[in-house]
Design a binder for this molecule. Structure first.
Ligand code: FE2
Ligand code: FE2
Length: 201
């Protein structure tokens, strides 16, 4: 990768955009996976419609970031990427509640926590096109967390479980790294994801 050294300070930006593109690509797969994997779970049609909608938005997010990478002289696939999201998917493959707790309500909620800082970083580099892409992603991810919260509550109600207690237990079991404050309370509130779920887990 010697060419990348010529980008100087933009190497960090390419790495950031590449990491985000990788997350979005995994998010497409995760959204389709939840619709297909739990097809026999006797859920309302709206459950599947919601995640198909999420899959479409994740595909747009990936395309936004892949475009930015190419405009900056890079491309998706040029850098190595971690497999953490897919490992989370595999670990929660047999339980819808675990999947909802970990994917939308830990990982996507974490995205809401860290995105404003990334937007600021890109703004300082005067990269207004990347700022615009991340602002779109940030706005739409609120609805993904909201869908996660809604269906998590729905499934807890069906099983007669307390949603807050169940979430905290599933996070302890399936997300051993624990939750990382500080949380973006404003964005999480906007998604209807109450602090009682995630504070002091
Ligand atoms: Fe996304
Ligand atoms: Fe998402």
């Amino acid at each position: 990768m010697p060419k990348r050294r010529n980008f100087g300070s933009s190497a960090g930006r390419l790495a950031l955009l590449h990491a985000l593109a990788h997350i979005e690509l995994n998010a497409i797969d995760l959204a389709w996976d939840i619709t297909a994997r739990f097809a026999g779970a006797d859920l309302p049609r709206k459950f599947y419609d919601d995640w198909v909608g999420v899959a479409a938005e994740e595909a747009e997010h990936f395309a936004l970031l892949a475009d930015r990478l190419e405009m900056l002289g890079g491309c998706y696939g040029a850098l190595p990427a971690h497999d953490g999201l897919w490992e989370a998917a595999a670990a929660t493959a047999t339980d819808l509640l675990a999947r909802l707790a970990v994917v939308p309500l830990v990982l996507e909620a974490r995205g809401l926590d860290v995105t404003p800082e990334m937007i600021e970083k890109l703004r300082r580099q005067d990269d207004s096109a990347s700022v615009a892409a991340l602002e779109t992603i940030y706005r739409e991810e609120v609805a993904h967390v909201a869908a996660g919260e809604r269906w998590f509550r729905f499934e807890c109600a069906r099983r007669g479980l307390d949603p807050v207690e169940t979430y905290r237990e599933l996070v302890r079991r399936y997300h051993r790294g624990g939750l990382k404050p500080p949380f973006n309370r404003a964005a999480r509130d906007k998604a209807g994801f109450a602090a009682a779920f995630y504070e002091n887990v």
